[in-house]
Design a binder for this molecule. Structure first.
Ligand SMILES: [Zn+2]
Ligand SMILES: [Zn+2]
Length: 155
């Protein structure tokens, strides 16, 4: 997605920071700092977790990435900084972007119904991700096969 956010803002972008930024922009999975660390280490084997945290923090403050946090979970990092909402899986904690049409309805709608001008918007949407839904479907199918009786044989 192109939001015109690619203007060269960072003056002294270190190689580490560039690699972390590029990685986040190419990764739609909204990784946690730990996941960023594991991925970045493949390219910079000697980088420390503290350095990854510091760079994520700087990138966030520069507005080049977005830190996304649902109240009880770890922070996730997003290379896509345009206004958008996230849906979080209640089973595995994975985040996904909500399609932009969803937020574009908000400002006008809010103004019309409350008279408020929208300044910022944080919506917490929970769901079950496609992977976890598949696991649930498989489990349900297995339970159906055994008819609720104790499973005696494995197939
Ligand atoms: Zn899930
Ligand atoms: Zn996102």
């Amino acid at each position: 997605m192109n939001n015109g956010c690619d203007k060269p803002t960072a003056r002294r972008m270190t190689r580490q920071r560039r690699i972390i930024l590029d990685m986040l922009r190419a990764d739609p999975s909204h990784p946690t700092a730990d996941a960023v660390y594991r991925a970045v280490r493949k390219r910079l084997p000697r980088i420390s977790l503290a350095t990854v945290y510091r760079n994520l923090d700087l990138l966030d403050r520069e507005g080049l990435i977005e830190r996304v946090r649902f109240d009880d979970g770890p922070a996730h990092y997003d290379g896509h900084v345009g206004p958008h909402h996230h849906v979080r899986c209640v089973v595995c904690g994975q985040l996904a972007d909500v399609p932009p049409e969803f937020c574009q309805l908000c400002p006008g709608e809010l103004d019309r119904s409350t008279g408020y001008e929208l300044v910022s918007c944080h919506v917490e949407i929970s769901g079950v991700c496609p992977k976890c839904r598949q696991v649930r479907r498989d489990e349900a199918a297995r339970n159906e096969q055994t008819g609720g009786r104790a499973p005696q044989k494995q197939k």
